[in-house]
Design a protein around this ligand. Structure first.
Ligand code: ASN
Length: 354
């Protein structure tokens, strides 16, 4: 019995040590900023796999001026907003429209770019008006203002909807005739069309719900970050840096900024283009596996020893624990720890620890 307690205490102490290491690193003045992985000209990877675009240059310039650092987390727009609301990320810059609904959950910085919602069809399509969408399929991007707008008129025009997480796949779905139209942000659609996507915007002169993009943090939190963003933004607006950034992306010949070349879609090409992320993922998986095997062995031995104990309470505890973990889908548990728990305890839990 004594030995079991020693092992249990050692285990508990090492977990606490691990947790405190995590807390210390989370307390560094380095913000985690979520962004949309593919949203040119605002957020996208250049040919060197570096994140670039209007949002990224604004953020980088402001961070330098205001003296903060950040770790960028590119993901789908929907995941990006969720990572901010769950406290996993501190802020989001992702061509994100400021809407009344979002203001309930986010605090927005100074609006930085005027946008609006447009609808588009495949070039040469015989769809001429919204009424022609009856019975047709409209491709939407999950969690976006464009999707919300389309849903608000769906009944009136009688179309079906299908969802995607990223803009590229979504546009391709329309180009490939799987869907007949899409609703999204006008500047993003126009940029994509300028770069060769075979779509046609139907209401370029009169976009719906026109409004502004804003940098956002979770409501009531990261006030310092928001204040720094606003201060830096005012400065780059004043000294002309902002105008330069906009001109660089929207005034330059389109072919200069097509982002990653999409002509290499082979498995090998995709692996090569994402080499860094792939190797990092592989390494993390390997580490997790080894650590998992070690910790699981220790834990298993403890439960096993407890299971043959003379004491029926200890035996019962072992059986109960085994049943609980056997019945729990571990992926759900990991998501719960990573996404759900930070909201309850108020501290970020890094993916690795989760
Ligand atoms: N413009 C979209 C929205 O505000 C965001 C995005 O797709 N990156 O909902």
């Amino acid at each position: 019995m004594k030995k079991i307690w020693i092992i249990l205490t050692t285990l508990a102490v090492s977990f606490i040590a691990m947790a405190s290491v995590t807390t210390v690193s989370a307390a560094k003045p380095n913000y985690i900023i979520a962004t949309d992985a593919t949203y040119p000209p605002f957020d996208f990877q250049d040919s060197n796999n570096q994140y670039t675009g209007i949002d990224q240059e604004i953020l980088k310039t402001i961070a330098k001026r205001e003296g903060f650092t950040y770790t960028l987390k590119p993901m789908s727009f929907n995941a990006a907003t969720q990572s901010v609301t769950s406290g996993q990320a501190d802020g989001i810059i992702a061509g994100m429209s400021i809407t009344d609904e979002r203001k309930e959950v986010f605090d927005f910085g100074t609006p930085y770019y005027k946008s609006g919602i447009a609808w588009a069809v495949k070039k040469g399509s015989n769809i001429k008006s919204l009424s022609d969408l009856k019975g047709k399929t409209v491709a939407l991007k999950t969690g976006t203002a464009g999707a919300d707008y389309a849903l608000s008129i769906q009944k009136q025009y009688g179309f079906k909807v299908t969802y995607f997480n990223d803009s590229d796949t979504l546009y391709n779905d329309v180009v490939n005739d799987n869907a007949q139209a899409t609703f999204g942000d006008l500047p993003v659609l126009q940029y994509s069309i300028k770069n060769g996507t075979k779509l046609k915007v139907m209401n370029a002169k009169s976009p719906y719900e026109s409004g502004w993009y804003g940098f956002a943090v979770k409501k009531g939190q990261n006030k310092q970050l928001l204040a720094s963003f606003n201060k830096g933004y005012a400065a780059i607006k004043k000294d002309g840096t902002y105008d330069k950034i906009i001109k660089k992306y929207l005034g330059a010949p389109a072919s200069d900024f097509t982002g990653k070349k999409s002509d290499n879609n082979s498995v090998l090409g995709i692996l090569k283009a994402n080499n860094g992320a792939f190797m990092r993922g592989l390494w993390q998986t390997l580490l997790l596996t080894i650590l998992g095997i070690i910790l699981a062995s220790i834990w298993g031995v403890i439960l096993g020893v407890m299971g043959v104990s003379q004491n029926s309470a200890v035996r019962g505890l072992s059986t109960t624990l085994i049943y609980i973990f056997r019945g729990l889908p571990l992926m759900v548990l990991a998501f719960f720890i990573y996404i759900g728990l930070p909201g309850v305890i108020g501290t970020k839990i890094p993916a690795f620890t989760a």
